[in-house]
Each structure stands twice: as C-alpha cells, then as structure tokens.
Design a protein around this ligand. Structure first.
Ligand SMILES: *Cc1c(COP(=O)(O)O)cnc(C)c1O
Length: 457
C-alpha cells in the first residue's frame, strides 16, 4: 500500500555510523536474526573505546588532570565494563550487583565510584573493602560509612560529598550548603577512618554553564576544606554530556514539521519531553566546551581554576561513552492496514526501547532492512507495535515513511540504542526471552566478527 499525503512526512535520519552499516551491508544482521530467532542488540565496543579516548584526549589537551568513570547504569553489557577497564577508565556503580559486575570484569576497586542515594550497608562495606570512592548523598549515610570504617578496621573509607545545586533546589539528591558544613566537621572528627577526597554533583539537563558554576564553587569548597586539614583534591561533575543522534537541520525541521496526525491514534508528545536529539556541542566536544567555560564571577575558564587549585576532575559519563556503540534489531512479524498507513508488529516489546516509559518516544528513524534487495521504492508510512497484548505497547507511534513496502520477515534496525534504550527497562514480559546482546568487535575486517556478550546458562 503506497500512500501519498499533502506535506512532507517528518523524518529524523541519524548521523552515519559506518560500523553499524557494515553489520547490515555484510548480511550479518540478517544472519544473526536467523540464528538467534528473535530480536537482538548488537554492540560496537570499538565506538565506546573511541569515545573514551576522545574524552581523555580533551582532558590532556586542556592540561587538566582528570579521570573518567563509565556510568554503568546506561547499559548492562559486560563488554563496555571490560573496555572501560582496558581503556584506563573507572566505572560508576550504584548497587552491589553493579559493583560485583565491575570487579568481575576487570575494574580495580580503587577505580570504582559508588553513587546513588541511601546505599545499603552491604554495598558500603564492599566499597570500603575495595577502596572504591563513595559519593556520599546524605548525613546519615556518612554516619553509616564512618561507623563501618571504624568497626571494620580494614582501611579508611574514601568519600566525596555530593552537593545539591542552587539551580535544581528540588532534587532529591545531594546535600545543602549547611549539610555539607556539618559533613566536613564529621569527616574531620572521624580522623583516619575517612579520607575526604572532595565533592561531587550530578545535574539533570545538559546545560554547561550551571555545571561550570557549581564546579567552581566546589573548587572553592575544596580550598576551604584543605585549610581545615582535609585532603579535598578531587571534584566529580557527574554525567550529562549530551550526544547528537541527528544533525541540527534534521532535528529542527522535525520539530517544526511533526503533528499529531503523524502519529498512530493521533498520539501527542510534548516537544520539550523529547531528548534533545541534536546538541550544538556533544560528547567530548561538550567536555572541551565545559572546560573552556568561565564560571560566573570568574575571569578564568574552568580548566585553569582546576589547575591553579591542583584539583583532579572526575566525570561519570554514561550516554556519551555509548554514542554509536550499538543498535537493536527486530523482525517484522505482522503487517496490517489502517486508514492511510500500516501497523507493523515486531517480535519484541518497547521494554527493549526504553524511551516510551518516560512518556516520550525514541525518535531516530528506524531503518527497514528488506529481505528482497530489489524491493520497490516509494513512501510507505507505518507505525510499529510490539508483540504484546497491551494497546500502549508501541515501539514507534510515529508513522515512519519507509522507502520500501514493509513485509513480514523484514528486519527493523533501531539505531544508536546503546545509551539507555536497550535494557534499562527490559523484562521478560509475556515470558518472552530478553533479546541477547551480540558483540561485534572487529568492524575493521571485511566481514565483522561476533560473539555473545556473555555465555548464557
Ligand atoms: C545517571 C548518572 C550518570 C550518567 O549520566 P549520563 O547522562 O548518562 O552521562 C552519572 N552520574 C550519576 C550520579 C548518575 O546518576
């Protein structure tokens, strides 16, 4: 069924990913779909490694002493933890299971950063035993850490004190100015049980100026804490480096063009609820821009303030390290006609594409991989539903203008899903198995090689 409508169908083509294209063009994606018999994620760890090197190079280039921790919550795969370890990065974890995973996949305990609110005693004990850095979220947590470190008599607990931001006064994370003052007193009193290494924050949103401003305030706080006799030599600026899925023009054209009529059932999404699929500076460039930002009231850029104060900059990127490091492939198992478009049903659920669960939609255009290489061309709009009995379980409400008629057995590739999309919300709903993760680790060869991320039992 070919459809022509007045006005253009909004599209959001992704920036090119040669490694992902190679997986499709070499026929490997189709072969894996056949072999695995269901949806799967493929991972491109070389992209992760390149993103990591780019960030480390930015730190070096700006003359900043720094260290990158990969925020593990953005993807559950083992291979990214392994690449973090071999690439000279640490890992940011928030649970005992994540900590165990990181240690088990080769990260040294002292290269772990433990974040998250109200960490349970087992996690804190493990963190202290392995000399991980703990980002302390609250005063009662600090008290627990101090008593664990005192009674454990193993080694001092390494802590950062997590600060709240003036710009996000309703955040449930971090400590206020007066709580931080109390925390400093308690660290001092704890003596050798605690190594107060500095401060941390993690802001939501992607703006650079508030991050630079808060970093500068925490540099000041470090200088004052040193006068008290504390170590205070590091600050962590958390995550939140944005990435660009699409170019500027595509993104702005999309935002202007899209309309409820372009979505199945006239579904509406708030434009400000979408991830910003394009950012003027992204990834390592955003880090460079942050280091070059002059905090409010300062004559010098952040990089110089850090150097002058002799402070190490820590960062905890998740999404930005995973840019173009993976994609998700479904098979079309049903095609039905609606008025002027079609509904495709794929062999998986939107739980493997997490954006829907934030009342939003993952907008980068999925790519149709037809079985027939000479499939006819035209404009074939279709929305994409899951193989579940829930009306709302749609992978894509938007009617995607496919260039070929979608057919049963064709594949659909959702691009650039490694950062948060793949597995944050995955569950074996309807007793459907979770899509396996396939590591493609030699995309420089004519034919890429693959293996499973872990051996399933
Ligand atoms: C989620 C989180 C991160 C990672 O954020 P990204 O936006 O993926 O870079 C880093 N630090 C903390 C404390 C977090 O909660």
């Amino acid at each position: 069924m070919e459809v022509t409508v007045a006005g253009p169908w909004p599209t959001l083509p992704v920036l090119p990913s040669p490694a992902a294209h190679q997986v499709v063009d070499s026929g490997l994606a189709a072969e894996l779909a056949y072999a695995l018999g269901g949806p799967f994620h493929f991972l491109l760890p070389d992209a992760f490694a390149a993103n990591l090197v780019a960030m480390q190079d930015v730190l070096t280039g700006a003359g900043v002493d720094g260290f990158v921790y990969y925020a593990k919550k953005a993807n559950k795969a083992a291979v990214f933890v392994e690449r973090a370890a071999t690439g000279g990065a640490g890992v940011d974890v928030s649970s005992t299971a994540e900590l165990r995973e990181a240690l088990g996949h080769g990260v040294r305990g002292e290269h772990l950063m433990v974040t998250g609110p109200a960490k349970d005693p087992a996690l804190l004990r493990l963190a202290i035993t392995h000399s991980a850095t703990i980002a302390v979220d609250a005063l009662d947590e600090l008290d627990r850490i101090i008593s664990l470190a005192l009674t454990g008599r193993v080694r001092p607990a390494r802590v950062l004190l997590r600060a709240m931001s003036d710009t996000q006064p309703h955040s449930r994370f971090g400590m206020s100015d007066s709580e931080l003052n109390t925390a400093l007193e308690r660290c001092l009193r704890a003596g050798d049980a605690i190594r107060m290494e500095g401060f941390s924050f993690h802001l939501s949103g992607y703006a650079l100026q508030p991050r630079a401003d808060l970093a500068a305030r925490l540099i000041d706080r470090c200088l004052k804490a040193r006068v008290m006799g504390l170590e205070a030599s590091r600050i962590s600026i958390g995550g939140g480096l944005p990435i660009s899925y699409a170019d500027a023009r595509s993104w702005h054209t999309f935002l202007e063009a899209h309309h409820p009529a372009h979505y199945h059932a006239g579904k509406t999404f708030r434009s400000d609820g979408f991830y910003p699929y394009h950012s003027p500076v992204a990834g390592a460039d955003a880090l460079a821009a942050l280091l070059a930002t002059r905090p409010e009231g300062s004559e010098s850029p952040l990089s110089e303030l850090l150097g002058d104060a002799g402070i190490e900059l820590l960062l905890e990127p998740g999404r930005a390290l995973l840019d173009r490091a993976g994609a998700t492939v479904f098979r079309i198992q049903g095609v039905k006609d609606r008025d002027g478009y079609q509904i495709l049903t794929v062999d998986g659920t939107s739980l493997s594409l997490s954006e829907q669960w934030f009342n939003s939609e993952y907008l980068p255009d999925p790519q149709l991989i037809p079985q027939e290489r000479d499939a006819p061309t035209g404009v074939f709009p279709a929305s994409i539903g899951a193989a579940t009995c829930l009306e709302s379980d749609m992978l894509t409400w938007r009617k995607i203008a496919f260039p070929h008629p979608p057919r049963i057995g064709d594949l659909l590739l959702y691009p650039n899903t490694a950062g948060y999309q793949m597995d944050s919300n995955e569950s074996p709903f309807h007793d459907l198995p979770l899509p396996p993760k396939v590591v493609i680790d030699r995309t420089d060869r004519a034919r890429p090689r693959w293996r499973l991320d872990r051996h399933f039992t």
